[in-house]
Design a protein around this ligand. Structure first.
Ligand code: NAI
Length: 335
């Protein structure tokens, strides 16, 4: 997709962080932007920010407040966009996401249902609701595209954020599937996989739904403070959105933005080697694992190692298990 002017973008999680950056960039490119979020207050302030950044009219931004895991609400949102802007989006960017850190063995059903619900189910919902409408309206007539904000976590199982990495891996594969499927209709698909974004995701636990509140992880104001400090070192959302825009314009299926080129590429290479490793002996595999650990940024759970993982004054290390889980290794619980 090369021409954005006058077209419609639908951006989930568009009131904050990566999604807000995308709304600013695509509004500046001349698109009408629909931003959806679960937080009305964030939507209210986002509209003004988008108008100010892009110079678009307030009427070119449509804020919609609903829970993306609610299929009925998502379908109604799609109907309201067609009503206001005269058609379905030409560009669907599914960016909303949440994360929760803790040892995988401490995870509860609620931990999986919440994180996979937002990071994977919402992506499925958006595709099922919008792609037939997009094909009907635009196939081989007008450019259209679906995009996903995934994560570097898609490429690695992480023992400290298992529901998230499982959801992102699955969501990546969905994009590869749609990329193949949409070619025949003149559409495209792109997934962007950032490592760390300067966003508000560290506060996600604050709006975790009540019915999914039984977590096995240790969560406190202090752990959120630590997470905020980590994410403050991430890529700027507008910069990230420009990278996504370039990828869409050039028909790339995947974009891998690296704020720190020394960190992620070696890690990614070593994870990719997993497939080759299948053919190795146990000794060779052990040696590879030791090599991989050397390249890995220090893990959040029980880790240390300085730099962005340092626990700021008044904060608590995130990624630990709930204290009362007696089967979990004591190193993985707050002391
Ligand atoms: P953010 O918290 O600033 O923005 C995410 C938005 O999604 C929030 O405004 C939140 O209210 C909304 N949201 C959450 N659950 C929702 C639901 N059920 N229905 C509707 N809206 C909902 O976080 P950020 O970091 O900008 O996240 C955007 C995407 O980037 C996510 O998919 C995340 O997994 C991904 N990502 C983030 C990284 C980071 O370091 N922050 C790194 C790699 C990927």
């Amino acid at each position: 997709m090369k021409n954005f002017k006058g077209k419609i973008a639908f951006i989930t999680g568009g009131a904050s962080g990566a999604g807000l950056g995308q709304a600013k960039v695509f509004a500046k490119a001349g698109m009408k932007v629909v931003i959806t979020d679960i937080r009305q207050d964030a939507l209210d302030s986002a509209v003004g920010e988008i108008v100010k950044y892009s110079g678009c009219g307030a009427d070119d931004v449509m804020p919609l407040c609903f829970d993306l895991t609610d299929r009925k609400a998502y379908t109604e949102a799609a109907d309201s966009v067609e009503k206001k802007f005269g058609g379905p989006p030409h560009l669907l960017i599914q960016t909303a996401g949440v994360n929760s850190f803790g040892p995988v063995e401490a995870s509860t059903f609620d931990d999986f249902d919440w994180v996979m619900g937002v990071c994977l189910d919402h992506v499925v919902n958006g595709h099922i609701i919008f792609i037939p409408r997009m094909i009907k309206a635009y196939a081989n007539k007008e450019e259209f595209h679906v995009a996903l904000t995934s994560s570097m976590g898609a490429f690695m199982g992480g023992s400290g954020c298992a529901p998230y990495t499982a959801a992102k891996a699955a969501a990546n594969n969905l994009i590869y599937s749609y990329a193949e499927a949409l070619v025949g209709y003149g559409g495209g698909a792109t997934v962007i996989c950032p490592g760390n974004i300067n966003s508000n995701i560290g506060d996600a636990e604050k709006y975790r739904p009540k019915h999914l509140s039984n977590t096995g992880y240790h969560v406190s104001e202090g752990t959120m403070k630590h997470l905020r400090a980590v994410h403050a070192t991430g890529i700027d959302p507008v910069e990230l959105a420009e990278i996504l825009k370039e990828a869409i314009e050039n028909g790339r299926i995947i974009a891998l933005p690296f704020p720190d080129p020394s960190g992620w590429p070696p890690m990614l290479r070593s994870m990719n080697a997993n497939i080759e490793e299948y053919l190795l002996t146990a000794d060779e595999r052990k040696k590879n694992m030791e090599e991989r650990m050397k390249n890995m940024p220090p893990p959040p759970a029980g880790g240390g190692g300085g730099g962005m993982w340092d626990v700021p004054e008044g904060a608590e290390r995130f990624g630990m298990a709930r204290k009362d889980l007696d089967f979990v290794d004591t190193n993985k619980k707050p002391q």
